[in-house]
Design a protein around this ligand. Sequence first.
Ligand code: KG4
Ligand code: ZN
Length: 325
Amino acid sequence: MKILGIETSCDETACAIVENGTRILSNVLFSQIDLHAATGGVVPEVAAREHVVKMIPALEKALKNQDFDAIAVTKGPGLISSLIIGTTTASTISLVRNKPIIPVNHIHGHIYANWLERSDDLPQFPALILTVSGGHNELILMHGHGNFEIIGETMDDAAGEAFDKVARLLGLDYPGGPAISKAALNGNREEYNLPRSRIDGFNFSFSGLKTAVLNLVKARNRLDAKFVADLAASFQEAICDSLSSKVVKALEAYNVKEVHLAGGVSANKRLREVMGECICDGVLFRYPKKIEFCTDNAAMIASCGYFMASGRDFEVGNIVADPNF
Ligand code: KG4
Ligand code: ZN
């Protein structure tokens, strides 16, 4: 079964065709990073206008005269003005080509990035999923396809959001995650002893860490390269520790076969390293097979749509964007 995936929840216009949830036949992405770098973050109106410009070219490039059986589109969460471009496109194709539409939750989409190109090594349940993106930070027990139990979430910022805000404080580029991890390569992660949240249970909090960085920056007249590198490395370490300590705690409480990283921050090499070191023997640790599967893309949406569709009926028709989906 071939699914056409469409993703426009934030600042990437993306279309893909994926077969049986794992095999990528096309995966097209038009990034808006350069457009938003000037403002240091996404301006919704600017993002939506760019989606309008890029949607049809992305679709044409992904389709290349291939047929497909159904359309999976991100319904939410995300920026409403961006989501609308994807859902309107999907509704139109559904009606014109008489193909059913499958609504996909963007975060569930990120989770299915771990299924891409893994047809001979499919993930096993139950799995513990740490979703770390720009807008979401959750710890999820995945009992089966579409069966998600949220056991922890952030009380304030998501990990990616913290990376983006701290990068801004340090005068680094947008998006902050890749910029911080690059700066951290030349830094000493033990230079600054930054706070790790002591919040109860499986929840997360990054506001104390962010304030600690802000105070160090304020106390400084000049942001020289050594200061930025050391602080970037120390901050990254604090985030990795906070995330991995909750995963370890969850592994003590629940019996799972696998642990997965999902979302943009799963691209972070240090996070992968720290998590890999603390996950117990007998539990398989996965992150998306390719870096481009970590951040927003349409292949993960198509994969999620495929597994959501199995055994269920979806109809031809309209789909309405919902930022709170
Ligand atoms: O999942 P995503 O592409 O979009 C959302 O759904 O939010 O995640 C984007 C986030 C941004 O905050 C970005 O700074 C972060 O992922 N990110 C990273 C890395 N690459 C992207 N954070 C840390 N290290 C990275 N290498
Ligand atoms: Zn995302």
